[in-house]
Design a binder for this molecule. Structure first.
Ligand code: 5GP
Length: 204
């Protein structure tokens, strides 16, 4: 049986650039982990594709998935549900591949409780003004939604202490390099490589 893959969780406050960093990371030629596409009840933005950016579903469908225990984690975020379908994550980890989640902080804490050996990376903004400008610059949300997101960001930054690594997103390419370095080191962690050595030593 393949050694179970590693679960990598990228989280951080709203508007910090999680989505941008994640996309840049997956554009790198040497990135070989699998992205878990999330499910959401929010409306698709221009250019977003069902099954690629998200699985866009109704509130009823999402709530049914919750009831059936089909979500690894989920959160209500600015009046919509967002969550990670459990089946894809489990099957991919079982096949020995590493899985990458990009999720908000409440969901990340649920993963922390259920998957203690996952790697938790917190993306931090250079400062709050910058964060606000990014949310406005994105131009996809109304001002009251932006203000709600900023308020939320402040309380979310306080949750950084629950993570393993803090990655400053001063520049997307720097953040990407930092995340790649973290993953490289995490793959060398004794607890992760020990099963291979046990096989080699004939201990298992
Ligand atoms: P957006 O609406 O901007 O695409 O996403 C809003 C927030 O939801 C972002 O912080 C994003 O990281 C988060 N998010 C996306 N997918 C998931 C998910 O599966 N679970 C959780 N908990 N948050 C998610």
């Amino acid at each position: 049986m393949a050694k179970r893959g590693m679960l990598i969780v990228l989280s951080g406050p709203s508007g910090v650039g999680k989505g941008t960093v994640r996309k840049a990371l997956f554009d790198e030629p040497d990135v070989d982990f699998e992205y878990s596409t999330s499910m959401t009840t929010r409306e698709p933005r221009d250019g977003e594709v069902n099954g690629v950016d998200y699985y866009f579903v109704s509130k009823e469908q999402f709530e049914e998935n919750i009831r059936n225990g089909e979500m690894l984690e989920y959160a209500k975020y600015v009046d919509n549900y967002y969550g990670t379908p459990l089946k894809y994550v489990n099957e991919t980890l079982d096949s020995g591949k590493d899985v990458f989640l990009e999720i908000e902080v409440n969901g990340a804490m649920q993963v922390r409780a259920n998957c203690p050996d996952a790697v938790f990376v917190f993306l931090t903004p250079p400062d709050l003004m910058e964060l606000k400008n990014r949310l406005i610059g994105r131009g996809t949300d109304e001002m009251d939604v932006i203000n709600k997101r900023i308020e939320k960001a402040v309380s979310e930054i306080r949750m950084m202490r629950n993570y393993d690594y803090a990655v400053l997103n001063d520049k997307v390419e720097n953040a990407v390099e930092r995340i790649k370095d973290i993953i490289k080191s995490e793959r060398l962690r004794v607890s992760r490589v020990m099963p291979d050595y046990e096989l080699m030593l004939g201990d298992k």
